[in-house]
Design a protein around this ligand. Structure first.
Ligand code: CA2
Length: 144
């Protein structure tokens, strides 16, 4: 079983700026931890980060046929991207949306997610642990 983990714009800056909101872990260390969890769950994970909407759409398309599920933090595109929402819906793969911060405690424009209606579930506010929770939930769902 293979899971594609997608991180959207600016998440490559994790650990370098705004640690008060997004924590002090880098994306590299979050991915390394998720990779270790994947080994214990006996699944494979593939990581992809991009600051570009179309590149994220392409990555979702590529997952079809090669991956069984998707974990995605679309970052700012969560609130704006019909293209990413449509790609997730078209892929037909179970997806989990992750947010490091509790978006519902923040500005109102972050309360609306265009992707939430097309994913299996959403995790927000647990920092880096959200990715681990997403992987556990997704694997359990796929093994049902
Ligand atoms: O809480 C999350 O994970 C978000 O998806 C993060 C996005 C934000 O636009 C969403 O509303 C919630 C922003 C990611 C920006 O990441 C940075 C990391 C370090 C320094 C600056 C930005």
């Amino acid at each position: 079983m293979k899971i594609l983990v997608i991180n959207g714009p600016n998440l490559n800056l994790l650990g370098m700026r705004e640690p008060g909101i997004y924590g002090s872990e880098t994306l590299e260390s979050i991915n390394a931890e998720l990779g270790r969890l994947a080994v214990t769950l006996a699944v494979e994970v593939e990581f992809f980060q991009s600051n570009h909407e179309g590149a994220i759409v392409d990555a979702i398309h590529r997952a079809v046929g090669s991956c069984q599920g998707i974990i995605i933090n679309p970052a700012a595109y969560t609130h704006t991207s019909v293209a990413i929402r449509d790609a997730i819906a078209a892929a037909g793969l179970p997806a989990v949306e992750v947010h490091l911060s509790n978006v519902y405690k923040r500005e109102e424009f972050r309360h609306r997610s265009l992707t939430a209606p097309v994913v299996l579930g959403q995790i927000a506010g647990f920092g880096a642990a959200g990715y681990d929770l997403a992987l556990r939930g997704l694997v359990r769902h796929l093994q049902q």
